[in-house]
Design a protein. Structure first.
Lengths: 1001, 234
C-alpha cells in the first residue's frame, strides 16, 4: 500500500472523526462490556484467592460431634501434607449489650501467634480498628460493613451461655470489653449462620484469646495444606490437591473416632463404676446410719418405757408405803387419843382433889396466917419488951421482963415451930398437889408431845407424799419429753430414710440414665470440610458464577450489535467513496490496496476501541460490580487483572468482525468495474410496493406517508438494520429490567404466593404424631400461632434414567392441610394439585431437569436401593427442588413411621418484635433445634437480588448507551445518504419540520 | 503509423434489472500511436463506454480489443489492473481527486504504483501548478483541479491518456487551457491521447475524430492538419 493512500486513510480519519469515533466507541463499548463482565467473575475469584492466601484461610475445617483432643491433633500432625494446624474453640453465646441480647459466635484466637508467621496460625484476622486484647476481659468484635459496627470499641458485653450450663463452664470471664474490630476470611458475607440458643440466629462473631476458653476439647481444627496456596482456590487444580488429602483426613477421622469412642466409653464406664460404687457405699452407709439411728431410737424407746414402768412401780410402792405409814400414824393417833382420854379423866379427878386440897390449904393457910399473926403479935410485944428492956433500967424488972421475954421467945419459937410444921405439912400437901399436877402435866405433855410427833409425822408423810408426787410428775414430764423427742427422732429418722432413699434412687436413676446414654452414645463423627464446602465460600462462588451467567448472554449481544453498527457504518462509507474507489481502480490500484484503506480504517478503529474498551472494561466493570457485591461481602478491593484470554477473544472477535464487516462492505464495490463505480450510483429504483395494491389503504395515505412507506420498502436493508439494532438494544434494556423484575418477583412469588406459612420450627429429634410434645402444646395454645403443620424434610437423591438429582423430600402429615401452608398448583392453569397417596408431586424445575411428566415413574435412592414411585403432579415452584409426599406413602415406601422434625406455622403477624419474642419462647422449649421466619429468608434472598440489581443497572446503562450510539449512527447514515433527496425536498419549499418528518419516518 | 489500438465488433450490454441496454453495438475503429483522438457524439451515444473499455475500466460483452498488440478484452480483472496501472492515464470529467490529499499527493498517489513515473513535482510544474502543489483539491479551482487530474494521469507516464469530457465542467478559457495541455502533451511526448466530448468544436484540433451515435460508429475522419487549440473557438 502506498504512502499516499496511507496518508489519505489517516486524513480521512482525522477529517471526519465522527464516524471513526462511532465505530471506535461502539467497539469499545462492546468489547469493554464483554471483556469487563467476562473478567468480573475471574477477577472476583482471583481477589478471593489472594485474600484467602494472604489471610491463610483454612483448606480444611474439621469438626467433630465430640470435639477434638490433643491426641487427635497429634494424629493430624503426623500427616505429611499438612502445612499448618490450628486447633480452635468456638461457641455460641448470648451477648447482652445495651439491653439487647443476641446470639454471637465466639471464636478463639491464638494470640501468641498473631504477629508471627507461624504456619499454624490459620484464618488470620485483619485488625481494622483498635488493638488486640492485652489482658483478660478484652475481646475483639467484628468490623462488619464498617458503617456502624454492632459492638463498637469500648462496648462492654456481658455473656451468658443460653443453656443449662453456666457461662463459667465455657469462658473464664463473663464480661468483656471490645478493644478492636476485625475481619476474618472465615466470614465473607454477613450471614453468620444459625444456632440452637437464643433467637436461633447468630448475629455476629467475636474473637477471644484462646486462653480465655475453658472447654475441655477443641471444637474446630483448621488445616492448611502444602502447595494448596499456589493453586487458584476456585480452580479444579485446587480441589485436585485437596481431594486425596481429604480422603486421608477422613481415614484418620474414622480411626480417631473409634479410638476416641473407646476412650470415652472407657472413661464413662470407669466413671459409671465409680458412681455405682459410690452408690453402693452410699446405700450401705445409709443403711448403717439408719440402722444405728433405729437402734438408738429403739433404745431410747426402751429407756422411756423402762422409765415409765419404774415410775409406775415407784408410784405403786409409794402409794402402798404411804398407806402403811398412814395406817401406822392413824393407830398411833388412836393410842394417843386413848391416852388423852385417860389423861382427861385423871385431870378431872385431880382437879376434884385439887379443889379439896385447895380448901384445906386455904384453911391451913388461914390457920398458919393466924398463927403467924399471933407470932407476929408476940414478936411485936417481944420486940416492944426488948425495946422496953433496954429502957428498964431495973434489973429485976429487967430480969422479969427478960424472963418474960425469954418465955415469950420460947413461946414464939414453939409457935413458930408449929407453924413451920403446919406450913411444911401444907407445903407437902401443896407439893403433893403440885406433884399430881406435875404428873398430869407430864402426861399431858407426853400426850401433846405424842400428838406433836404424830403431827410432825403426818406432816412428814404429807411432805414426802408431795415430794414423791412432784418427782413423779417430773419423771412423767421427763418421760413425756423423752417420748416426744423419740417421736421427733423417729420422724426425723423416717425423713432421713426417705431422703436417703430418694437420693439413692436418684443416683441409681442417673446411673441408669448415664448407662443408657452410654448405650446410645454414637461413635463420634468427624466432618472434614473443604473450604469449598463452607457456606460463604460457596455463596461467593455462586455470586461470581451468577455474574458469569449474565456475562454469557449480554456481552455477546453487545458485541453483535457493535458489529452490526460498524458494518452499516462501513457500508455507508464505502458507498460514499464509490467514486474514490473507482478512481483508484482507474489509477491501477489493486483491490487489496483499496480495500486496505477500509480494513485499516475499521481495524484501527476496532483495535483502538478494543484497547480502550478493555482498559476501561477490565478496570471499571469488575470494580463497579464487585463494589456492589462488597455491600454483601467483606472483601478487599478487587484485583483487576488483565485477563489475556478474554482480552484476546474480545479483540479478535471485535477486530475480525469489524474488519470483516469492512471487507464485506467494500467487496461488492471492488468487484465492480471502475467504469461502473465512476458513474454516480444509480439510486435504487423506486418500486411499487405491495401496499399500493390495496387501494383503499394507499389512496387514503397522504403524500408524505406514501413516500415514507416507499422509503421503508426501498431501503430494506437499512430498515432491517435499524429494526435489528434498535430491537436488540430494546431487548437488552427489557432483559435488563426483566431480569431484575423476574428475580425479584420470583422471590415474591415463592414467599408470597407459594409459601403461605410464616414460621418454621426445626426439632432436634423427630417426633411421631401420637406422642404429646411440649412444642405442640405450645403451638396449640399460643395465641400468636394460628395454625401449624407437621412435616418432615430430608434431602434425597431421585432420578430417572441416568440423571440423578438431590431434592428436598417434603413429607406432610396432613395432605389436606398442606394447601394452607404451601400452594401446590399447576403454574399455567393454577389448578390445585392434591397430594395423592399413590404418588409424589415434584417441583417444576426438577421435573424439567429429569425430563419427566405426570404419570412417569422416578426412583428414590434409599439405602443404596432404588424405590420407584409415580409422579402425580408437577407444581409451581421457584427456589430449590422439592418432592412432596404424603405420610402414608412415606410409610409405605420407607417401611417406617414418619418422624416429623419440621413444623410449619402461621403466625398472626410478621412484625420483627413479635417474631423475636416468639422465637425466644419457642427456643426455650425442649427439643428445639431452630426457629426461623420466612420474612428472614426472603430478606436474605432480596439481598442477593439487590446485588444482582447493580449488575442489571450496569447492563441497562450500557444497553442505553448502545442504543443511543446505534440510533445516532443509523440516523446519521440515513440522513447523509439521502442528502440530495433532502436538498431537493428543501428546494421544493418544505419546512424544516416537514423535512425532519420526511426523514425520520 | 502502425495501429496502436484496435476495436473489433465491440459490443457492451448493461443489464439494469430485467432491461438490457445495448450501450455499444458492434463498434470497430483503430487508433495509431501518438495520435490525438477525439470521440464525439450526443449524450448517451456510448462515448464514455468506449473510453472505459479502452481504459480497462470495463470489459466488453463481446468483440476484440487490441492495445499494443495485446488482447485487452480477454484480460482478467487482475490483468486489467496491471494494464491500468502501467499503460493508462485517465482524466475524468469531475476530476475525481482524492479530497484528503494535496495536489502533489494526488499525483504521488498515481506515481507510487508505476514502474517509471515522472517526477510529480516536475509534472505539476509543467501543468502550471508549482505554487499550488500543497493545496487540497477543495482549495483549487475547477481548472486547477482538472490540471492536477491531468498531472496525475501524466505522471504515470502512460502509453495511453484517456480523457472523459475534460472540459465538461470547465468554463471556456479554462477548458481551452486544459485542452492545450493535452494537445501539447500529445505532441511533445508522442503520447496517444483519447478525448471524449460532446463538444464538436473541439474536433478540429484532433488528428482523428470518431463520431459515435447510438452505440455505433457514425463516421471516422482523419484530420491532416489539426488546428492548435488557440485557434479553436466555440
Amino acid at each position: 500500500m502506498g504512502n499516499s493512500l496511507m496518508k489519505d486513510t489517516f486524513r480521512q480519519i482525522l477529517k471526519s472523526p465522527g464516524r471513526y469515533l462511532a465505530i471506535l466507541l461502539i467497539v469499545a463499548l462492546g468489547v469493554g462490556f464483554f471483556a469487563g463482565i467476562k473478567a468480573t467473575a475471574p477477577d472476583m475469584k482471583v481477589t478471593a484467592d489472594k485474600y484467602f492466601d494472604d489471610y491463610r484461610l483454612m483448606d480444611f475445617w474439621l469438626i467433630s460431634t465430640m470435639g477434638f483432643n490433643e491426641k487427635d491433633v497429634e494424629a493430624l500432625k503426623r500427616l505429611e501434607a499438612i502445612e499448618g494446624i490450628q486447633p480452635s474453640y468456638s461457641i455460641d453465646l448470648l451477648a447482652a449489650f445495651e439491653g439487647n441480647e443476641s446470639v454471637v459466635k465466639v471464636i478463639s484466637l491464638p494470640l501468641d501467634k498473631v504477629n508471627s508467621n507461624d504456619p499454624s496460625y490459620i484464618n488470620k484476622i485483619k485488625l481494622v480498628e483498635g488493638r488486640l486484647p492485652e489482658k483478660p476481659g478484652e475481646i475483639l468484635a467484628e468490623h462488619g460493613n464498617g458503617i456502624n459496627p454492632t459492638y463498637p470499641i469500648g462496648s462492654k458485653i456481658k455473656f451468658s451461655s443460653g443453656r443449662d450450663e453456666d457461662i463459667s463452664e465455657f469462658l473464664k470471664g463473663d464480661e468483656y470489653t471490645v478493644v478492636g474490630l476485625v475481619e476474618t476470611p472465615l466470614y465473607l458475607s454477613f450471614e453468620r449462620g444459625s444456632s440452637n440458643i437464643g433467637s436461633g440466629k447468630i448475629s455476629s462473631f467475636m474473637m477471644l484469646p484462646q486462653g480465655e476458653f475453658k472447654l475441655e476439647v477443641y471444637t474446630d481444627i483448621y488445616l492448611t495444606v502444602k502447595e494448596a496456596r499456589e493453586a487458584m482456590t476456585y480452580d479444579d487444580e485446587y480441589d485436585e490437591i485437596l481431594d486425596p488429602i481429604k480422603e486421608k483426613l477422613e481415614e484418620i477421622g474414622q480411626k480417631r473416632a473409634t479410638l476416641r469412642y473407646d476412650e470415652i466409653i472407657k472413661e464413662a464406664n470407669e466413671e459409671l463404676s465409680k458412681a455405682k460404687k459410690e452408690l453402693a457405699d452410699g446405700e450401705r452407709e445409709l443403711e448403717e446410719e439408719l440402722e444405728k439411728a433405729e437402734r438408738e431410737l429403739e433404745e431410747a424407746r426402751k429407756k422411756i418405757e423402762e422409765g415409765e414402768e419404774e415410775l409406775e412401780k415407784n408410784e405403786r410402792n409409794f402409794y402402798s408405803q404411804i398407806q402403811k405409814a398412814e395406817g401406822l400414824l392413824r393407830e398411833e393417833e388412836k393410842k394417843l387419843n386413848k391416852a388423852e382420854g385417860e389423861y382427861e379423866r385423871n385431870l378431872a379427878l385431880f382437879n376434884e382433889k385439887k379443889v379439896k386440897a385447895m380448901e384445906e390449904f386455904q384453911r391451913a393457910e388461914g390457920e398458919i396466917l393466924q398463927a403467924e399473926r399471933e407470932i407476929t403479935d408476940r414478936e411485936a410485944e417481944l420486940n416492944s419488951l426488948k425495946e422496953g428492956l433496954s429502957l428498964i433500967k431495973d434489973e429485976e424488972e429487967r430480969a422479969k421482963t427478960q424472963a418474960l421475954i425469954q418465955y415469950m421467945e420460947a413461946e414464939i419459937n414453939k409457935g413458930k415451930k408449929e407453924l413451920v410444921a403446919a406450913r411444911n405439912k401444907l407445903e407437902a400437901g401443896k407439893a403433893d398437889l403440885i406433884q399430881g399436877e406435875k404428873e398430869l402435866e407430864a402426861a399431858k405433855l407426853a400426850i401433846e408431845e405424842g400428838r406433836a410427833r404424830l403431827e410432825a409425822e403426818w406432816e412428814n408423810l404429807e411432805r414426802n407424799k408431795r415430794e414423791a408426787l412432784d418427782s413423779f410428775a417430773a419423771a412423767r414430764r421427763e418421760l413425756a419429753q423423752g417420748r416426744e423427742e423419740y417421736e421427733k427422732g423417729y420422724e426425723e429418722y423416717l425423713k432421713a430414710k426417705e431422703e436417703g432413699e430418694r437420693e439413692l434412687r436418684e443416683a441409681r436413676e442417673k446411673i441408669k440414665e448415664e448407662e443408657e446414654k452410654l448405650k446410645d452414645l454414637k461413635k463420634p463423627e468427624w466432618y472434614v470440610l473443604k473450604r469449598s464446602q463452607t457456606r460463604d465460600y460457596i455463596d461467593y462462588e455462586m455470586a461470581a458464577d451468577r455474574i458469569d451467567a449474565v456475562a454469557s448472554v449480554f456481552p455477546v449481544f453487545f458485541l453483535a450489535i457493535a458489529i452490526l453498527v460498524s458494518l452499516t457504518s462501513m457500508t455507508r462509507m464505502v458507498d460514499e467513496e464509490r467514486t474514490y474507489i473507482g478512481t483508484l481502480k482507474a489509477l491501477g490500484y489493486k483491490n487489496m490496496a483499496i480495500a486496505s484503506k477500509y480494513l485499516i480504517y475499521a481495524a484501527s478503529a476496532s483495535i483502538i476501541g478494543s484497547i480502550i474498551g478493555l482498559l476501561i472494561g477490565f478496570k471499571v466493570l469488575p470494580t463497579v460490580i464487585f463494589n456492589a457485591y462488597r455491600i454483601m461481602y467483606i472483601m478487599p478491593p478487587i484485583i483487576g487483572q488483565f485477563n489475556i484470554k478474554y482480552a484476546l477473544v474480545s479483540i479478535l472477535v471485535a477486530v475480525l468482525s469489524t474488519t470483516l464487516a469492512a471487507w464485506l462492505a467494500c467487496r461488492h464495490e471492488l468487484n465492480e468495474t471502475p467504469a461502473f463505480l465512476l458513474r454516480p450510483k444509480a439510486p435504487k429504483p423506486g418500486k411499487r410496493i405491495w401496499l399500493e395494491k390495496i387501494p383503499f389503504i394507499w389512496s387514503r395515505m397522504k403524500f408524505s406517508q406514501k413516500v415514507t412507506a416507499r422509503n421503508i420498502f426501498r431501503y430494506k436493508k437499512r430498515m432491517f438494520m435499524t429494526i435489528l439494532g434498535v430491537s436488540g438494544c430494546t431487548a437488552l434494556l427489557v432483559t435488563g429490567f426483566g431480569l431484575k423484575d423476574s428475580i425479584v418477583s420470583i422471590v415474591a412469588k415463592q414467599f408470597d404466593e407459594i409459601y403461605k406459612y410464616q414460621m418454621v420450627v426445626e426439632l432436634q429429634e423427630g417426633i411421631d404424631e401420637n406422642t404429646d410434645h411440649e412444642v405442640l402444646d405450645f403451638l396449640e395454645q399460643d395465641s400468636r400461632i394460628k395454625d401449624y403443620l407437621l412435616t418432615r424434610g430430608i434431602v434425597v437423591d431421585i432420578g430417572k434414567g441416568n440423571i440423578e438429582k438431590s431434592v428436598n423430600l417434603f413429607v406432610t402429615k396432613d395432605s389436606e392441610k398442606i394447601h394452607d401452608f404451601i400452594i401446590l398448583r399447576n403454574r399455567l392453569t393454577k389448578e390445585k394439585l392434591s397430594l395423592e397417596e399413590e404418588g409424589v408431586i415434584l417441583s417444576e424445575k426438577i421435573a424439567k431437569l429429569l425430563d419427566v411428566q405426570v404419570g412417569d415413574q422416578i426412583y428414590i435412592v434409599h439405602d443404596n436401593e432404588r424405590i420407584y414411585v409415580k409422579i402425580t403432579g408437577i407444581t409451581e415452584h421457584y427456589a430449590d427442588h422439592y418432592m412432596y409426599m404424603s405420610s402414608s406413602l412415606y410409610e409405605k415406601l420407607y417401611n417406617k413411621g414418619v418422624e416429623y422434625q419440621r413444623i410449619l406455622a402461621h403466625t398472626t403477624a410478621t412484625e420483627k418484635e413479635l417474631e423475636d419474642k416468639l422465637s425466644q419462647h419457642i427456643l426455650k422449649l425442649n427439643n428445639i433445634s431452630s426457629v426461623y421466619f420466612t420474612t428472614g429468608i426472603s430478606d436474605s434472598y432480596e439481598d442477593i437480588i439487590g446485588s444482582l440489581n447493580y449488575v442489571v443497572i450496569v447492563i441497562i446503562v450500557a444497553a442505553g448507551a448502545l442504543a443511543f450510539i446505534v440510533l445516532y449512527n443509523l440516523t446519521n447514515i440515513n440522513i447523509s445518504e439521502r442528502f440530495r433527496e433532502i436538498a431537493t425536498i428543501k428546494v421544493l419549499g418544505f419546512y424544516d419540520s416537514e423535512v425532519a418528518n420526511y426523514i425520520y419516518r | 503509423m502502425k495501429e496502436f489500438i484496435r476495436l473489433e465488433n465491440i459490443t457492451k450490454i448493461y443489464k439494469m434489472g430485467e432491461v438490457e441496454i445495448r450501450a455499444l453495438n458492434n463498434i470497430s475503429f483503430s487508433i495509431d500511436k501518438g495520435q490525438f483522438v477525439v470521440i464525439v457524439g450526443p449524450s448517451g451515444a456510448g462515448k464514455s463506454t468506449v473510453l472505459n473499455i479502452l481504459g480497462g475500466m470495463d470489459s466488453p460483452t463481446s468483440g476484440r480489443l487490441m492495445v499494443d498488440n495485446k488482447d485487452i478484452g480477454k484480460y482478467s480483472p487482475k490483468e486489467l489492473i496491471t494494464y491500468r496501472r502501467y499503460d493508462i492515464g485517465f482524466v475524468f470529467q469531475f476530476y475525481n481527486l482524492v479530497q484528503n490529499l494535496t495536489a502533489l499527493e494526488n499525483v504521488e498517489l498515481a506515481t507510487e504504483i508505476c514502474k517509471n513515473p515522472l517526477d510529480p513535482e516536475r509534472v505539476l510544474e509543467q501543468v502550471g501548478l508549482k505554487d499550488r502543489k500543497n493545496n487540497f483539491p477543495a482549495q483549487l479551482s475547477g481548472g486547477e483541479q482538472q490540471r492536477v487530474s491531468i498531472a496525475r494521469a501524466l505522471a504515470k507516464n502512460p502509453k495511453l491518456l484517456l480523457c472523459d469530457e475534460p472540459t465538461g465542467a470547465l468554463d471556456y478559457n479554462t477548458g481551452k487551457s486544459v485542452l492545450k495541455l493535452l494537445q501539447d502533451t500529445c505532441r511533445e511526448r508522442g503520447m496517444t491521447v483519447v478525448v471524449v466530448t460532446h463538444n464538436l468544436a473541439i474536433a478540429p484540433m484532433a488528428d482523428k475524430v470518431i463520431r459515435i451515435k447510438n452505440g455505433q460508429v457514425e463516421g471516422e475522419e482523419i484530420n491532416k492538419n489539426p488546428l492548435p487549440v488557440e485557434r479553436i473557438e466555440w
